[in-house]
Design a protein around this ligand. Structure first.
Ligand code: NAD
Length: 676
């Protein structure tokens, strides 16, 4: 028997095609396709990439698949294995329609299919869920093979996934994670976009973004609540807005109607603000319009501002999509001295040279073409456009606008474009940027330092009535009188169904602190136990209190110098694994780009068991308080308060956080002054 035959025989779980290779299913018209990621491998590297992809394919099909893979690599910059994609549309189905030897194995399949759903995924054929490059897997062979593993998963096994590749099953125990995922964890020396681009082409790295590669994306709703919190609190802090109708009559201008950015008009409307969102890709505008998240569409700048003006005067919020470039829109506003209260940007600047940012002067179609035909010229155009974009923002801010970076690495991209003026110290980014990131000013002190973050759940039965029951139960777990954040969250969940947020599976996002998350999780598990609802998958965005170390974003309000460290995110991941979350994930990159962040998250399947209760009590609390403890150690005022409360309340069970003594900065400055 030859080597490959022996290898095949030794694998119980493998891709095999007894009836021959599947037919190439083709592509349905009308779905967005990822741009060419640009093939740049040498001859030897190309051979290596093909050898790597053929590891999934039985030898008898190598001569058919090698030329097909080569063609994909040359024309798309990746080997996606399109032939192996199941024909037709993918959707997250009710859990009972999946096969597995354990509930978790079925639950993960719901989540994977939801992440790749035609209703949700940005580029469903290229396995991209959101954020221009955030993939669930590298290719369709991995998708098929992971499904086979999940069908065989039991409570004694843990499946290891490395950059989308299922490394295998390894024995563990019932209260250990069933799946451990890592994505693009590059060794420091190679941890940069160029090496990652090579590794992606070789088929050894997957950019998981945050929740795409961790299978916890729940559609644009996931980001609506965070955006709502940010816009609402920006209004409170910067415009002095107050009361229930606080942002009515204010204008919020931004860009991007993609995977996450598409949440902006919806969030603004829930916060009662009028919004104009620039978007260069008409198909994305149409998607949001058909969901009812955008009210009006125009390609005429004058009309966009007239519509906004009417809405502002009537104090009746309207969300307007401007089909065109954000730089054109801001230029128009500056030229005509139009008032904008709140300004942001959500183009995919973490991947500005890969198509994430469309430079002024190019239509969406022209950017796709130029990216392919003249990447160096495209790069130059991006840099020019970003500089102009930045100068327009500066002018508007001088006239009273409040601008915040919404975690898309916009300010970093401006700096990379050669504009050092954007750095606070005019030299490098060590002291941050002249404009605050939304975490620095708003979400950090108001939410993360208290432990409030994007807790979420999916009703795996797929039944809307289960979601309704969980909404009501969650609301009962919140005391709206405790803090204003609790009141905001209570109002959010009260109105969640009315706001029509669900896209894909029956899911909900709700910002909660450690106590709230534990309370709600235990309540849901009890409801599953009593048969009131079907099983539930709990999780969160990686963009949270503890899960992410990202100096330009989640940890931009950490000021003790440790914002360059990734200890917190890694401890969070390890602690969640040790405490038995059903799924744990750790990624490089997230929303800001490779090498700029480490982020992790979890998924917890509620099966109604007492085992799940015990995991919730330890893991859910750790998942939040690890980050609060670190934020307290960084001397963040609100975290310090929560840390002291924790030490008092948890003394009985031995839990304890180390808190910092605060030194007198004036005295230290005087002391050190003598040396300089
Ligand atoms: N902080 C957070 O929690 C957070 C949340 C969401 C998104 N993000 C970041 O925001 C960015 C956007 O995320 P996404 O998932 O929506 O990505 P996306 O790629 O799906 O959407 C970005 C959109 O911007 C449009 N665009 C690009 N350049 C433009 C221009 N000059 N003018 C007008 N439109 C333009 C694109 O056509 C695209 O539709 C990413 O960098 C992501 O990491 C951060």
């Amino acid at each position: 028997m030859d080597k490959n035959a022996k290898i095949a025989e030794s694998m119980r779980i493998r891709l095999d095609f007894p009836n021959g290779l599947p037919e190439h299913p083709g592509f349905l018209p009308g779905y967005r396709r990822a741009p060419d990621r640009v093939y740049s491998l040498s001859k030897n590297e190309t051979v290596l990439a093909l050898k790597n992809a053929l590891r999934y394919i039985p030898e008898e099909f190598h001569k058919t698949m090698a030329p097909e893979f080569l063609e994909e690599l040359r024309t798309t910059g990746r080997i996606y294995g399109y032939r192996f994609r199941p024909a037709g549309a993918i959707h997250g189905k009710p859990i009972y329609e999946y096969e597995s030897k354990c509930l978790e194995g079925k639950a993960f399949q719901v989540m994977i299919d939801n992440n790749l759903s035609f209703d949700i995924a940005l580029y469903p054929y290229e396995l991209v869920t959101y954020g221009e490059t955030g993939q669930v897997f590298q290719n369709w062979m991995q998708y098929l093979l992971v499904k086979k593993y999940l069908e065989e998963l039991t409570h004694d096994l843990t499946l290891v996934i490395e950059s989308g590749h299922p490394l295998g099953f390894f024995r563990s125990r019932p209260d250990a994670p069933r799946v451990i995922i890592t994505n693009a964890m590059m060794v420091g020396l190679f941890d940069n976009p160029e090496e990652w681009h090579r590794a992606m082409q070789l088929g050894v790295a997957n950019y998981g973004q945050m929740t795409a590669g961790g299978w916890m994306y729940i559609g644009p709703q996931g980001i609506v609540h965070g955006t709502y919190n940010t816009v609402l609190n920006a209004g409170r802090m910067k415009l002095g807005a107050a009361g229930d109708d606080m942002l009515a009559g204010s204008l919020f201008v931004t860009s991007g109607l993609g995977g996450m950015s598409g949440a902006q008009p919806k969030a603004a409307k829930i916060a009662r603000a009028t919004s104009i969102t620039a978007e260069v890709d008409l198909s994305r505008i149409e998607t949001r319009h058909s969901q009812g998240w955008v009210d009006k569409i125009t390609a005429d700048l004058k009309e966009a501002f007239e519509l906004a003006d009417a809405s502002i005067k009537a104090k009746d919020p309207v969300s307007i999509a401007y089909h065109g470039n954000i730089v054109d829109l801001l230029e128009h506003a500056v030229k005509h001295n139009l008032k904008i209260e709140l300004l942001s940007d959500q183009t995919s600047c973490h991947a500005q040279y890969e198509g994430g940012y469309c430079p002024q002067g190019l239509t969406f179609e022209e950017r796709t073409r130029m990216l392919n035909e003249n990447p160096a010229g495209f790069r130059k155009k991006v840099d020019e456009s970003l500089k102009k974009h930045f100068n327009l923002i500066k002018t508007l801010c001088e006239r009273g606008t409040y601008f915040f970076d919404y975690g898309n690495a916009f300010l970093r991209a401006v700096y990379d474009a050669g504009c050092k003026e954007v750095a606070k110290n005019g030299e490098n980014t060590h002291d941050g940027f002249i404009f605050p990131s939304y975490v620095e000013d708003i979400l950090g002190p108001i939410c993360f330092d208290f432990g409030y973050g994007p807790f979420r759940w999916v009703c795996l039965s797929g039944k809307p009535e289960d979601l309704r029951k969980t909404d009501r139960a969650a609301m009962e777990c919140i005391d709206p009188g405790r803090r204003f954040q609790d009141k905001d969250n209570w109002v959010w969940i009260r109105d969640a169904e009315k706001n029509g947020l669900v896209v894909g599976t029956q899911a909900r996002i709700l910002y909660q602190d450690a106590e709230g998350r534990v309370r709600i999780a235990l309540k849901f598990n009890e409801m599953v136990r009593k048969g009131e609802i079907g099983p539930v998958m709990l999780g969160r965005d990686h963009h949270d209190v503890s899960g992410t170390d990202s100096p330009y974003r989640e940890t931009s309000n950490i000021k003790d110098g440790s914002n360059v460290m990734a200890d917190m995110a890694i401890q969070c991941f390890a602690g969640n694994a040790a405490r038995g979350m059903s799924l744990v994930a750790l990624h490089n990159g997230g929303g800001v780009g490779i090498g700029k962040a480490i982020n992790g998250g979890f998924g917890m399947v509620l099966d109604g068991s007492y085992r799940a209760d015990e995991i919730i009590k330890s893991a859910m609390s750790w998942d939040v308080m690890g980050g609060v403890a670190r934020r307290a150690w960084a001397r963040n005022e609100n975290a310090l308060g929560v840390g002291m409360e924790f030490n008092e309340n948890k003394a009985g069970i031995g839990e304890h956080i180390t808190l910092p003594y605060i030194a007198d900065e004036d005295y230290l400055t005087q002391l050190v002054k003598k040396l300089f």
